[in-house]
Design a protein around this ligand. Structure first.
Ligand code: SAM
Length: 259
């Protein structure tokens, strides 16, 4: 466990680690509190410089989407109006392709496909014989995805399972193990999707989860609407099977690696 190695590292680097318990989330799961008394944590500094201008700069310095993804974004806006806001952002798309490549993933799953933007980004990171299985309830929205899988020339490696993901994931085989999963469907379903994926995930496998900052509302403990996401974030944080980090990309993207 990570905490177990801290005193050793602190001694090596001559670091004075001092516990500041008020910096921990109030709802932290019990096992994370179990650091030995000798382990003293450095005060964590909270800071943010991500103003709208910085966000724009950041997007402007990320490899942009190609013509197919741009067309898909335009068609999604025309076809779905306000719902088009559910699509992942271009910089997340670039990140998904890179992570899929870096992990060397062959067997990937996506929970929440909508019109297909993120699925194309993941599929493009897979090798030619790789597979992406997509789970979604909407025939209407995924019909646009099907069209763009063809346009993006990834249709041969993508399969769609229509229906409530809690059920379709249950029927999904345990083998071959999943190398990479992206969860971006209905938020109350996240704990179920997380567990279903985790039980099929290879050691070293990766789960990416979208919207985990909920526009920052997760940090406002008076905001009841964000409670489900806070509970999910606590669940991941307290899961001894994984190492995780919550990245402030777009609406928050949690990066989880199974031990
Ligand atoms: C935020 S969108 C996904 C966006 C997509 N990742 C993209 O980049 O365009 C959420 C999707 O989850 C699907 N969804 C909602 N509830 C679901 C459920 N119970 N099972 C499976 N899919 C569900 C919706 O149909 C919708 O397409």
């Amino acid at each position: 466990m990570v905490h177990g190695s801290l005193p050793h590292l602190a001694t090596m680097w001559h670091i004075d680690l001092t516990i500041r318990d008020d910096t921990w989330p109030a709802t932290r799961p019990a096992w994370r509190c179990a650091a030995p008394a000798a382990v003293r944590m450095a005060p964590m500094k909270a800071f943010s410089f991500i103003t709208p201008a910085v966000a724009e700069y950041l997007v402007g310095h990320t490899t942009p989407p190609d013509q197919v993804l741009k067309e898909l974004a335009e068609e999604t806006l025309t076809a779905t109006g306000d719902d088009s806001g559910m699509q992942i952002s271009p910089e997340q798309g670039t990140f998904l392709t890179m992570i899929t490549q870096i992990c060397g993933a062959r067997n990937a799953v996506e929970v929440g496909t909508f019109t297909g933007y993120s699925s194309i980004c993941i599929a493009r990171g897979l090798p030619e014989d790789g597979r992406l299985t997509c789970f979604d309830v909407s025939d209407e929205w995924t019909s646009i995805a099907r069209k763009y899988w063809e346009k993006a020339r990834v249709a041969d490696r993508v399969e769609l399972r229509l229906g409530p993901a809690a059920e379709t994931l249950r029927e999904f085989p345990l083998r071959p193990e999943i190398d990479l999963a992206f969860i971006d469907a209905d938020k109350p379903g996240y704990p179920v999707y997380y567990e279903a994926v985790m039980s099929r995930l290879a050691p070293g496998g990766v789960i990416l989860v979208d919207n985990t900052l909920r526009r920052g509302t997760v940090a406002d403990y008076t905001d009841g609407d964000a409670a489900a996401m806070r509970e999910f974030n606590d669940l991941v944080y307290g899961d001894p099977r994984v190492t995780s980090t919550l990245l402030p990309i777009a609406d928050g993207l949690t990066f989880i690696r199974k031990h």
